[in-house]
Design a protein around this ligand. Structure first.
Ligand SMILES: [Zn+2]
Length: 264
């Protein structure tokens, strides 16, 4: 039996209560109206709250559309619903980094879909707003936008974002000079632009290594020094502990769902 507050508790995990609905009603509930979901749960002896209703709506969105993977605004709204904020569709409210991480975890539990570059850019923008320098898993894939690889071209003396396919400076080979459709060097310039030096906007290797070591040791609170790196580590460990708390809620609640299925 599921606890009577399984669908109304504040720590209800969105994917666990979604899976519970799958178990209670079969997949057809995914197509029901929100009001019907509430009424059917009530007839089964469960109340929902505004928060848990939003979590169920976000779960259904992730199960039935690719919106959260394709569109950053949907990712943001689903993220607020998954992480306890009630989404406000009139207002932009950026997610914090822990909310982005927990949202990613929830989405992965629903389905595996490839994220659009726009969602990666959105996550990088959230991280920049909160002044993060490094993004651990499951957000590392947004690092290319938080800390873009750069190159210095010794031929024209400029610094550009490194998205070169052939290792030649886009400006010096005139890649985009006759419109942006050709995406190839001008033939007469094809030999130019090779004197480039790649670098990273800043170096986060040491921060990443120190964080990963602390995360593996499963430490939530460590005495971090009052340096920029220490502050960064503190923020990263906080993200890690919020993510772990959500994961623990999921594991616990899924045990209840599976037990319910076995006894049904
Ligand atoms: Zn150049």
């Amino acid at each position: 039996m599921l606890r009577s507050d399984f669908f109304s508790s504040d720590d209800a995990h969105p994917v666990a209560i979604g899976a519970a609905c799958d178990a209670l009603f079969g997949e057809e509930w995914l197509a029901w109206e929100q009001r019907t979901v509430r009424d059917e749960l009530r007839m089964s002896g469960f109340e929902t709250t505004e928060r848990t209703a939003q979590k169920l709506a976000a779960y259904r969105c992730a199960r039935t559309t690719i919106g959260p993977w394709a569109d950053w605004e949907i990712f943001e709204n689903v993220g607020h619903a998954f992480t306890d904020g009630v989404p406000n569709f009139e207002l932009r409210q950026p997610l914090d980094v822990a909310e982005c991480a927990i949202t990613m975890d929830c989405l992965r539990l629903c389905r595996i879909v490839t994220f659009a570059e726009d969602v990666k850019k959105y996550i990088a923008a959230c991280a920049a707003t909160d002044e993060f320098l490094y993004l651990p898993e499951p957000l590392t894939f947004a690092m290319q936008y938080l800390c873009p690889p750069m190159y210095m071209c010794h031929e024209h003396g400029g610094r550009e974002i490194d998205d070169l396919v052939d290792g030649r400076c886009d400006l010096c080979v005139g890649r985009y000079e006759d419109g942006d459709v050709r995406d190839a060097p001008l033939p007469e310039l094809a030999e130019r632009g090779a004197r480039i030096q790649r670098y990273s906007l800043y170096d986060y290797a040491q921060l990443a290594t120190r964080y990963e070591a602390l995360a593996v040791a499963d430490l939530d609170t460590v005495q971090v020094e009052f340096t920029e790196e220490g502050m960064q580590l503190g923020k990263l460990l906080d993200v890690n502990s919020r993510r772990k708390r959500a994961r623990a809620q999921y594991d616990l609640q899924m045990r209840e769902v599976n037990e319910h299925v076995r006894n049904a």
